[in-house]
Unconditional design. Structure first.
Length: 88
């Protein structure tokens, strides 16, 4: 409780500490700083989405490989059963 009151007191006495940085608080919308922040945000989004896409592609690859293995296993078992029915 005392910490919260102290924090509110500091905010009330010195509101300049509570403000955001110049690029977020009251900056011109056509400033190079804002443009750089937008480019950085899109770059981080691109990196994040590409990594997540890699995980999705890897798991789809594993699923397809497991499906092919399972089908080959069933085919081998079926061929074994077919050969066992023939009498020499």
């Amino acid at each position: 409780m005392r910490r919260a009151l102290f924090f509110l007191f500091v905010l009330a006495v010195a509101p300049s500490f509570a403000r955001a940085c110049e690029s977020c608080y009251g900056a011109a919308t056509e400033s190079p700083l804002i443009d750089a922040a937008k480019v950085g945000m899109f770059l981080l989004l691109a990196v994040t989405l590409s990594v997540q896409g890699g995980f999705v592609a890897f798991f789809l690859h594993l699923r397809n490989k497991a499906r092919r293995f399972h089908e080959a296993e069933i085919e081998a078992e079926w061929n074994e059963l077919q050969r066992g029915d023939r009498k020499p």
